[in-house]
Design a protein around this ligand. Sequence first.
Ligand code: PEP
Ligand code: CO
Length: 447
Amino acid sequence: MSEPWAPSSWRSRPSVQQPTWPDDAEFELVQKQLAAEPPLVFPGEARHLLDQLGTVARGEAFLLQAGDCAESMDAFSADVVRDKLKIILQMAVVLTYSAGVPSVKVGRIAGQFAKPRSAPMEVVDGVELPAFRGHIVNDIGFDERARTPDPQRLLRAYHQSSATLNLVRSLTRGGFSDLSQVHQWNNDFVGSSAEGRRYEQLAAEIDRALRFMKACGFDIESAPNLHEVDFFTSHEALILGYEEALTRQDRLTGRWYDLSAHLLWIGERTRQIDGAHVEFFSGIANPVGCKIGPTTTPDEAVDLCERLDPDRQPGRLTLVSRMGRDKVRDVLPSLLTAVRDAGHPVVWACDPMHGNTFSSATGRKTRHFEHIVDEVAGFFEAHRSVGTWPGGLHIELTGEDVTECLGGSSALVDADLDSRYETMCDPRLNARQSLDLAFRVAELLRG
Ligand code: PEP
Ligand code: CO
């Protein structure tokens, strides 16, 4: 008989994508320190998200999961967090108002630091150094000191997550997220664009609707839904020692929760069915996600569902399809059918970013806005053909005016990429492109 699950049981399974720490004793000490720190989120909040994702699984709501590819410890400020929150709130309003379905808002934020890499080492001009694995592990500069994994970074990641979450909590509870502030979320950079003006019109309609409700005698002052938003955190749970240290047993239910975030997901590179990540995720009670790429077979998808959602609980498992625009229409339908026929009420989300990355003529890692839209369109077509619900969108964005992805209404081209290419890992949509995408997805949802 197999051993019962414990937060450490992943240790007996093969684990990929873990850094080689120079000093194991130091890494262990840091894990002990983390285990003594308070949790970042609470089990009741994770259950609240699970309930909301349950409505997505039933086809009654839409999931918007968005944020950085990798959060930075250098470019961390209140403004960056606030701007990211603004664009996510704008997108959610567009989706909810234009498509008429509630949106469940989840940030790739407050813990999205660790990156899986295609090669463990990087060679530049004949010099070989460990690959950059995100600020929770090492630094991006190409020298020995920067690239050596440093366990102290786990503690910094925890504290930055805590500060970020504190800000997110106050911004989503206070006046900032009040629906009457819907105009304020449009910043100057976005406001001057075509999609910014389209958003202004929509915001004006919302104002009118609120005034109308008030005139009809509805007590809109005391309706909490109009003044606060539920906003949840998520990240790829890659560094298992970190996640284990923040996994705690809930006194109320006796179940184990990874309290580093509300939702955790498994990346495309770490979803081996007998591997350490799937083992760890099988025992935590949070809502969980798993990325699935174009090589996934229907049997593999069903096996993942059996391991991660044995109770067939709506909202427990989100499968994040990241096929690439040229494959999504071929690969996805048979996965949708197999999972449905096996009786797993999963949330299906579309990550139209990671299957559409290429190198620009100038050697920048980039993505084209139209390819992203095309994958989302293919995702919707696949669902419509099978009769399942296209439940959500999972994207990499920033609230800043960066130039990392091509296209969009301001038609960014290769030569523009150098002007503000700031990501530490994958290219993100800027705020205009993100808003543009929200309008396009709302049209797909309506259609
Ligand atoms: C990511 O979400 O940043 C990522 C690495 O994705 P994937 O696991 O799908 O490649
Ligand atoms: Co990425």
